[in-house]
Design a protein around this ligand. Sequence first.
Ligand SMILES: CC(C)(COP(=O)(O)OP(=O)(O)OC[C@H]1O[C@@H](n2cnc3c(N)ncnc32)[C@H](O)[C@@H]1OP(=O)(O)O)[C@@H](O)C(=O)NCCC(=O)NCCS
Length: 364
Amino acid sequence: MTSDWRIERLVELTDEHIQGLADVLIDCVEGGASVSFMSPIVRDRAIEFWRRVALGVASEERALLVARDEQGICGTVQLMLDLPENQPHRVDLAKMLVHRRARKRGLGTALMRAAESMARDCGKTLLVLDAVTNGDAARLYERLGWVRVGDVPNFALMPDGAPCSTTYYYRNLNRPVSTEKGKTSRSTMENTVALHVREATETDLPTIVDIYNQSIPAGWSTADTKPIAVADRVEWFRKFDPKKRPIWVAEAERQIVAVSYLSSFYGGRPAYDATAEASIYVATAWHRRGIGRRLKQWVIEQCPRLGVTTLLSMHFDHNEGTRRINESLGFKRLGHLTEIATVQGQKRGLVIWGLRIPALDKQS
Ligand SMILES: CC(C)(COP(=O)(O)OP(=O)(O)OC[C@H]1O[C@@H](n2cnc3c(N)ncnc32)[C@H](O)[C@@H]1OP(=O)(O)O)[C@@H](O)C(=O)NCCC(=O)NCCS
């Protein structure tokens, strides 16, 4: 996938810029984002806001980035450079906005990268921001290695008037992300890695088992509590049936990075022939690159030819990643078995999701 936007720094705002930025702000507020404005936001107020920003850009109190797609401005972010003289190395990052038409394609990530690079160009090394606690933006910042400082409950209102907590973050540009968060961040290009999915062969089994075992220590994706051995999985592997209940591996950069398989529901009783459970495991080093979501989407697309019309997905109730993937792919939450497992000494519930998939029309 290639990015279809261009990011540029504006040093002067024209009326066309102000109109385009107002469109993005209005879209974000209408979409429920807590970004200083209440809903409904009238256009004049949005324009007035960007005119004030234009003055700040002209006086170099703010630095502004915009992203454009074929329809015009689709994203923006600002650095507030006008801070007290005892903080010459610091900036506040603000008004990070992506129009809903351009979301979930890596633009937010690209804007943050560009803002960090612009901060460096301005001679700044410490960036601070705040975001609605646990919201879409907070997740993005954490993924990019921003350090969570803490929450301020009841900080602001959502556009509909509901109170919300904010979380403060900072990013020290003099320290690599990996040492701040203990994990490596990914660039937008890396996020769109080419995936090749194929049926697994028995020679893949050691890798499949290894990927499965990698998920055990985190304790949120498998009910196993100790690593399993390859020998324990040979019989299990041989029961997969490419025509009805396949097992696949996904390859990227010539290595297996994820495994997925369909299992029969309720011991495979015939009444449940058209129902299968999807399982997906992504190698730890390849997390946070959209692979789980893309693989699950691919599995859904295979279901009609496999005769599966109900696809189930089950996960522990603290497995936030799978919850988000299922929601975004249209699964409906069907049930929640509370406190049904003990994982690493903690009682965990199991959430059951289902997706109805139209049967293949045999005539066509
Ligand atoms: C927060 C915000 C800026 C993120 O913008 P975005 O362009 O959607 O950001 P990204 O695409 O980089 O990342 C968003 C998600 O898309 C996923 N993604 C990125 N590229 C992807 C791709 N090619 N395929 C599939 N998913 C992808 C990311 O993994 C991330 O997933 P997550 O939500 O499950 O964590 C946007 O939601 C927004 O404008 N919100 C309203 C305004 C707001 O709240 N601003 C923050 C003020 S502090």
